[in-house]
Design a protein around this ligand. Sequence first.
Ligand SMILES: *Cc1c(COP(=O)(O)O)cnc(C)c1O
Length: 239
Amino acid sequence: MVPIEENVARVLDEIARAERESGRAPGSVRLCAATKLNTPESIQRAIAAGVHICGENRVQELTAKRPLGAYEGAELHFIGHLQKNKAKELVGVAALIQSCDSLELLEKINSLALARGVRQNVLLEVNIGGEAAKSGFAPEALEENLEKAVFLEAISIRGLMAIPPRAEQPGENRRFFAKMQQLFVDIGAKKYDNANMEVLSMGMSGDFVDAIAFGSNLVRVGTAIFGPRPAPVPSATTR
Ligand SMILES: *Cc1c(COP(=O)(O)O)cnc(C)c1O
């Protein structure tokens, strides 16, 4: 059995050490457990061990596991690619949709939030590595889209999220984290109404310590908590 409790304690320790080493306030970096392909039982063990945020990345999985109480006791975030036609499952359900990657998706979320009388917190995902296969706003297109998104009255833009390219070597993603930090600071300095640059979500199991050194305050960690994931069941509709 994977020692989830020990893993959570170790990850929280490593986060605390990274905070100290990069001169960040204690407790300023939050941990989001990336729960994909893990059972409600495993997720509940992680929550009991000190995880306060769960991030799911497939709508279908989230809607299947939520009624089973998988995320009870934690805040629920969405961190995967979101199709517009599935946004209805998340608006008013996810405390934060981290992975908003197009203006059309933001508009869709906004109209659902308006209809439901809620305000939906979102992050804008940036395709910081410029990878064709990844979603997210191109860094150079981020501001022009943000300037339109700030007028969507039922969403609250809380910051940025990024998934850099898969690193071959330790430390390889530092340049992408540095670019994200720069974008985050630059946009924050412009003080857009309805775009508070409070949350910078970056860093995963292999690189969250580096991400924290570059200003991340929300790390998304899966494998280091739950162990290696089982292979996903092939299906055309899982995303
Ligand atoms: C799975 C996932 C993570 C965590 O990845 P690990 O390498 O297992 O820590 C982080 N972010 C997103 C968007 C994910 O889908």
